[in-house]
Design a protein around this ligand. Structure first.
Ligand SMILES: Nc1ncnc2c1ncn2[C@@H]1O[C@H](COP(=O)(O)OP(=O)(O)OP(=O)(O)O)[C@@H](O)[C@H]1O
Ligand SMILES: [Mg+2]
Length: 271
């Protein structure tokens, strides 16, 4: 698997983000002190959008890396590569962020191998430094550097593998799905649908989230509701859109799909 790092220029238009609680104030305070932030929340609840928004507001570059099981510290820090018969050092995304004073966002941190904590820990406490063993040096993080990691507490194994010594270095911010009015605004804006359609989708999302004894591993996220809304904006009927973007996306089990279908029938307006 290859490492995907993307740098989001901060000059682009302000990202659309609707705050749900005090997350903006908490992030700003943490940024003021250069403290690292741990974002907790289910998939599709707005973690990435929130970090993009904060980077834009703070005028910092954002470097994002998605954690995966093959990720090692060299993927983050850098490595020697052979280029035209010469061996040259190439900074990894974390080293670039440390040098530039950027916000470094490591998505799904627990997917990465344990050896990545060796480079994360000294950056996440008062030292703010990155040991680059292969260069025999230690870099001090430039002002503005901030480490942000995310994880989804819904996955049990993930919860176990985030070490206590890692957790306790971070200011934690929990993001969940927004209340109905805010999520309706988000779905209407992002999907480009009218408020009534957005609201119907959000009501359905909430009904799925509150299903008792639900067999679903993940519930309907804001992202899924936006996907369904996008299909409606393209002219598809609401029920057809929901069937494809929500029901079939959530489960492969025919009994569960049938039960979700019944819920959709009960919750969506008949038109
Ligand atoms: N509070 C919000 N304000 C504006 N848009 C939001 C908000 N919450 C969610 N969204 C929308 O939902 C989409 C999914 O959110 P995002 O990609 O940030 O989720 P995530 O928590 O990073 O998910 P994952 O864990 O899968 O990476 C965003 O592209 C955005 O359109
Ligand atoms: Mg994300």
């Amino acid at each position: 698997m290859t490492l995907t790092a993307s740098a989001v220029p901060t000059r682009v238009a302000t990202p659309f983000y609707r705050a749900v609680g005090d997350e903006v104030a908490v992030f700003r305070a943490a940024a003021g002190r250069g403290l690292p932030v741990l974002l907790k929340g289910p998939t599709g609840c707005g973690k990435t959008r929130f970090v993009e928004t904060m980077a834009h507001e703070l005028g910092r570059e954002l470097i994002t890396v998605a954690g995966h099981e093959d990720m090692t510290s060299a993927d983050l820090v850098g490595r020697f590569l052979l280029q035209g018969g010469e061996t040259v050092w190439v900074d990894g995304p974390l080293t670039r962020a440390v040098r530039q004073g950027a916000i470094f966002y490591l998505d799904e941190v627990v997917e990465a191998r344990q050896d990545t904590t060796v480079v994360i820990h000294p950056l996440a406490d008062h030292r703010r430094e990155l040991p680059v063993d292969r260069l025999g040096t230690t870099l001090s993080a430039a002002p503005g550097f901030q480490l942000v990691i995310s994880y989804n507490p819904g996955y049990q194994s993930v919860l176990k593998s985030l070490k206590e010594s890692t957790r306790q270095r971070f200011v934690a911010i929990e993001l969940g799905f927004p209340p109905v009015d805010i999520e309706t605004d988000v779905v209407a804006h992002e999907a480009g649908v009218d408020p009534e359609t957005a609201r119907a989708l959000v009501m359905l999302g909430n009904a799925i989230r509150h299903l008792e004894g639900s067999p679903l591993r993940e519930v309907a996220s804001t992202r899924l509701l936006i996907l369904a809304g996008g299909l409606v904006a393209e002219g598809l009927g609401l029920r057809t859109a929901v069937q494809s973007a929500v029901v079939q996306a959530l489960s492969d089990d025919s009994d569960v799909v049938r039960a979700l279908g019944e819920l959709v029938d009960a919750v969506l307006p008949r038109t």
